[in-house]
Design a binder for this molecule. Structure first.
Ligand SMILES: Nc1ncnc2c1ncn2[C@@H]1O[C@H](COP(=O)(O)OP(=O)(O)OP(=O)(O)O)[C@@H](O)[C@H]1O
Ligand code: SF4
Ligand SMILES: [Mg+2]
Length: 324
């Protein structure tokens, strides 16, 4: 297994008290596999990713439990210099906002070349050539000229391609993409997502794709992990989950996607709001919003029940949910 997150817990000290952002997240990603991590804003998707990458703000953040195994080795036990090496060469992250992730005062060519110079000891001249190759690879027109341009001279979609090029430069085994297309127009979103999917196949890397858009994951992901209030509430192969969700929250998300065949029908919206992370409801955190909630849900937190070998649901009544 490439990446195994086990029972990860992260909290933040805030003025309102301790925010329980990640409350026992467990997920796995294999080489060549794409895991989509889905959930509403504030559900802990980015914090989990930052903990995996080793870029969590500590303080105010604190990892209070769990393991992050990368090729079997617990990253949380490594020294900072070992983590930094892994972060550069073996795992990389793509962020939502390329403009703030790229250095504004360096040409994109210099930034790409730097990766090879620093991590591989490549000569400046060869590194430049590699930078052009990479820009070509992510389909930036006239790459040989454009290596001399600065980030602000590119469109949003092109900048996102450059960030993808940076992330893939050293051919990492694992890439985490945190809402990589959210800031882009819909048509450009699809192009960037296709490119990412294609490169993932070519490099056989594991990809964690964070998104709150259930619509985009169907085509690109193998598995989905749905997060709610800092926990995985359902984890399943994409097609199984689309066919029949095993958690009422997933069902709510699916029912709120606009569908062409049901045009004109009013869209369903999950009632209420996600809980404050300083006061997560007891029992099942979803119970105040759940149409299926019963007494036991208010007191007993559901474990991640095994639905089948490849599927889990943190709902006491997953069977009923699955049956529709
Ligand atoms: N630097 C921080 N300081 C304090 N609290 C934080 C910090 N970063 C995250 N949190 C807390 O962790 C929670 C989860 O944040 P996270 O960024 O993981 O959400 P997310 O699922 O990625 O949401 P989004 O879809 O909006 O990106 C936040 O609601 C916030 O309470
Ligand atoms: S455990 Fe209860 S409240 Fe939670 S999702 Fe299942 S039915 Fe709803
Ligand atoms: Mg986020």
């Amino acid at each position: 297994m490439l990446l195994e997150v086990r029972d990860l817990r992260v909290e933040f000290r805030t003025r309102e008290g301790v925010a329980h952002a990640v409350n026992g997240v467990t997920y796995q990603v294999d080489a060549g596999e794409t895991l989509a991590v889905l959930g509403e804003s504030g559900s802990g998707k980015s914090v989990t990713a930052q903990a995996v990458m080793g870029i969590l703000d500590m303080p105010p953040g604190r990892i209070t439990g769990g393991e992050i195994l990368f090729r079997g080795q617990d990253l949380l036990k490594l020294k900072e210099d070992e983590r930094r090496r892994i972060r550069g060469a073996e795992m990389a992250m793509i962020f939502q906002d390329a403009l703030s992730a790229l250095n504004p005062v360096l040409t994109v060519g210099d930034q790409l070349a730097e990766m090879f110079v620093v991590h591989r000891g490549t000569s400046r001249k060869d590194a430049r050539a590699r930078a052009v190759e990479l820009m070509d690879r992510v389909r930036i027109p006239a790459a040989a000229q454009r290596v001399r341009d600065y980030p602000h001279q590119f469109s949003g979609g092109m900048r996102q391609r450059i960030m993808i090029a940076m992330a893939l430069a050293l051919e990492p085994a694992l890439v985490i993409a945190d809402e990589p297309t959210t800031a882009l127009d819909v048509t450009v979103q699809a192009q960037v997502m296709d490119l990412l999917a294609e490169l993932r196949r070519e490099y056989r890397m594991g990809l964690v794709l964070i998104t709150h858009d259930l619509g985009v994951v169907a085509d690109v992901a193998d598995r989905i992990a749905v997060m709610y209030a800092g926990r995985i509430v359902e984890s399943a192969p994409v097609h199984d989950l689309y066919k029949a969700p095993a958690h009422p929250y997933t069902r709510g998300l699916l029912d709120s996607i606009p569908r062409l065949d049901l045009k004109g029908r009013e869209l369903y919206a999950i009632k209420g709001l996600p809980p404050s992370l300083t006061r997560i409801p007891p029992g099942c955190a979803f119970h105040p919003r759940c149409p299926m909630a019963r007494d036991v849900c208010r007191t007993d937190p559901p474990p991640l029940y095994e639905v089948d070998q490849r599927r889990g649901s943190a709902c006491h009544f997953w069977r009923e949910c699955l049956d529709g």
